[in-house]
Design a protein around this ligand. Structure first.
Ligand code: GDP
Ligand code: IMO
Ligand code: MG
Length: 428
């Protein structure tokens, strides 16, 4: 009964969607366990490009049960939009299951996200403005609305009315924003609630039964380790737990059932939004990575900040998640460089160099990356399907990353398309 967790090892957009789509071929179920439509997971199958935000990437495989777990925060109208897009692509949706305990992103969460960002001014976090932080805030404050409330029209109206009593005081008192009306929200969400209702069922039980049958379950992380509310670069983080512990918490899979934890690692680093980023390249090299890698966000279209691979923070990610294997992605983007740099240490403000991620993440904004340099390689590598087919320098780069992280590589992705992949070993 192997459960395998797929986790972003950096600051997101590592290519989790592509890796999940690949592994789903041999899985019975894929569960998204946290986050909402702040995520953007791209799956490319031939000429078809699917951008998934709330629905797990396993939906691309008709035999796979796709589960939106109770750890998620769900935006109903956005989910319906996604259902429509997938339906238009001819993807069957009869194997989709939504937890009644997942929380609902309400219209006021979106407003509050934007208003809070504006209030932060120069200290803005650069959120996706999808209402994620305010929705998780309500969850933890025990005043959130859940999917089970959404799909019962009377209950939804009553819960919304109760919530607005507090929310409108905050909107008008703190932000000088006009109050919201219950009917407006109820009318806006009613059609989505109706569409979603048939998919709502006890996903905890589905997960448990699949494990009992000995089936393989993938747990699809959104966001990433360095955006984790506890382990990330707080406060420049998201409001959920993308890391391995969060996978169990948000899906209902026991930690004892987890057989593999795959860290998805981009061959360089990118970050969207504000916050420290020791290997960020603010020069022509950074621009080169953005253009060559088309590094613009799937969800917000923002230009992603780019830099070299950071093995100090990756070692930390390997530690907090217990990676059993790596999926190294976007190796092809690095083709054409004379040399490639790997951050192997941080120079602290007092001049000492450390290989350890600082316990005080505030320091991260003040460290200087210390690099090791490896030779680059020329020519496109997207057609490689076996490790031996990669240029020697590319092989050395992969081996060096695995050696420094002390984690074996399971998969190497060499292009966006589903088949642009070198599978080295099955992860669990
Ligand atoms: P996710 O959020 O981790 O699922 O990643 P995104 O989908 O937001 O961003 C990754 C982008 O890289 C998407 O456009 C993918 O189609 C693309 N991609 C994934 N793997 C590779 C790869 O190995 N090479 C290239 N060139 N693109 C890739
Ligand atoms: P995937 O799953 C990259 C970032 C935002 C911002 C911070 C908080 O596609 O890897 P939020 O809206 O979550 O409150 O924003 O987190 N962020 C992401 N960055 N990929 C993502 O998802 C992200 N989801 C959130 O840019 O810095
Ligand atoms: Mg993404």
């Amino acid at each position: 009964m192997p459960a395998i967790v797929i986790i972003g090892a950096q600051w997101g957009d590592e290519g989790k969607g592509k890796i999940v789509d690949h592994l789903a071929e041999r899985a019975a179920m894929v569960v998204r366990y946290q986050g909402g439509n702040n995520a953007g997971h791209t799956v490319v199958i031939g000429d078809t490009v699917l951008k998934l935000h709330q629905i797990p990437s396993g939906i691309t495989r008709p035999h796979v049960a796709a589960v939106l777990g109770h750890g998620m925060v769900i935006n109903p109208p956005a989910l319906v939009e996604e259902l429509d897009i997938l339906a238009a692509e001819g993807i069957p949706m009869d194997n989709l299951h939504i937890s009644p305990s997942a929380h609902v992103v309400m219209p006021y969460h979106l407003r509050l996200d934007a208003l809070e960002e504006e209030m932060r001014g120069a200290h803005a976090l650069g959120t996706t403005r999808k209402g994620i932080g305010p929705c998780y805030t309500d969850k933890v404050a025990r005043r959130g609305l859940r999917v089970r409330d959404l799909v019962d029209p009377d209950r939804f109206a009553a819960c919304t009315e109760l919530a607005l009593e507090r929310v409108n005081r905050e909107l008008t008192g703190v932000f000088g924003h006009p109050p919201l009306a219950v009917e407006e929200i109820v009318d806006a969400y009613a059609p989505a609630a109706q569409r979603i209702a048939p998919y709502v069922e006890d996903t905890g039980r589905l997960v448990h039964e699949a494990l009992e049958r000995g089936e393989t379950i993938l747990m699809e992380g959104a966001q990433a380790t360095m955006l984790d509310i506890d382990f990330g670069t707080y406060p420049y983080v998201t409001s959920s737990s993308p890391t391995a512990g969060g996978a169990c918490q948000g899906s209902g899979v026991s930690p004892l059932a987890v057989r593999g934890v795959i860290g998805v690692v981009k061959a360089y680093t990118s970050r969207v939004g504000a916050g420290p980023f020791p290997t960020e390249l603010l020069d022509e090299m950074g621009d080169w990575l953005v253009e060559r890698g088309h590094e613009y966000g799937t969800t917000t279209g923002r230009r992603r900040r780019c830099g070299w691979i950071d093995l100090v923070s990756l070692r930390y990610a390997a530690r907090v998640n217990g990676f059993s294997g790596l999926a190294l992605t976007r190796l092809d983007v690095l083709s054409g460089l004379e040399e490639i740099r790997l951050c192997v240490g941080y120079r602290l403000p007092d001049g000492t160099v450390t290989e350890h991620y600082p316990a005080d993440a505030d320091l991260l904004g003040r460290v200087e990356a210390v690099y090791e340099t490896l030779p680059g390689w020329q020519g496109e590598i997207s057609t490689a399907r076996r490790f031996e087919e990669l240029p020697r320098a590319a092989r050395e780069y992969c081996t060096r990353v695995a050696t420094l992280l002390r984690v074996p590589i399971d998969l190497i992705s060499v292009g966006a398309e589903r088949n642009d992949l070198i599978a080295l070993r099955w992860p669990a």
